[in-house]
Design a protein. Sequence first.
Length: 373
Amino acid sequence: MTLASERHELILAAVRQRGTVRLTDLVARLGVTAVTVRRDVTILADRGLVLRVHGGITLPHRVPPAEQRAAATSSPFGRLPGQALVGMVVPTVEFYWPPVIQGAQSAVAAAGGRLALRASAYDAAEDRRQVAALLDRGVRTLLIAPTNTGDAGLDLVRWLGGLNIPVMLVERLPPPALPTLPLDAATTAHSLGAGLAVRHLVTLGHRRIAFITARFSPTTRALLEGWRETTSDLDLPSGENLEFDLPPYGSPGWAAAYDAVLERCHDAGVTALFVHSDREAIGLTERARDRGLTVPDDLAVVSYDDEVAAASDPPLTAVRPPKHRLGAVAAELALARMADPTDRPVHRVQLWPTLIVRASCGGAESTSPPADW
């Protein structure tokens, strides 16, 4: 009788080859009972490696969401009085944040308000200065991605919790030292997004998957945590020899640094990369090609962000955080808090990223099950 781990590999290989597989076919192929197959499928589905459908299983591809739409022309919160001013403080207006800002602006405008934006450069003192300036401008509610680490971050978040206007945290939570601070928050499940990437690569047969980043931010920390948790859950190789920091794509000396990382990945037996973010994934794909490697045949690549991933050659499979929707949800929650400041319970909303499957992993598109399933 085959071992459970061997059966799991055979099941995954069958799903990779055929897209969808009937449970009855697996019983015949593996030579075990239907109860054993169902137990194996349950384990694989619980680990996110297959998706149950009626009578069988398929690959857990996430289909691309519809194109981001502008916020509705009307707001569920009615019209704000006198084009009320809503403040927003973000650490930068580059990289991750422009779509988040646009989502918030659309929701505020739909309610008849106006968004006042400030940037703070990941600095707690600057966060506080910008918030104070917005308070002087008369903002009615505040959206903010504050610095929330260290003593300065702790003091800042504690101060935000004592303001006399509603405060909505965006992509941040109060630090563990303030577990009962009643601040609303809207965040993205970045660590889960890393898990989606790793699980997708595992369904394609990869077991040595490196994590690569070019900047260390709160998003990076969450992605690294998700990569570590998922590789541990799936009994994959992990450790510092599979974690790499790179200079930004196009910066001085980037090509040599990328070549060095690719060489180290080769020495470690890595067959797939999970990269934060698109630009660095494009750079690694470029250097891999210059070294005679083919993506995805020799090296599979998944990026995180999906800002320019589709323009890569080949197009990159990517995990897409719902940035525009996050901004809109944060603004809607802030407006709801402004309309009901006392009786509304604290809201902590978390949005899931989406896996967009393209050519850089070599996986086939999802296959619809037969009509008789």
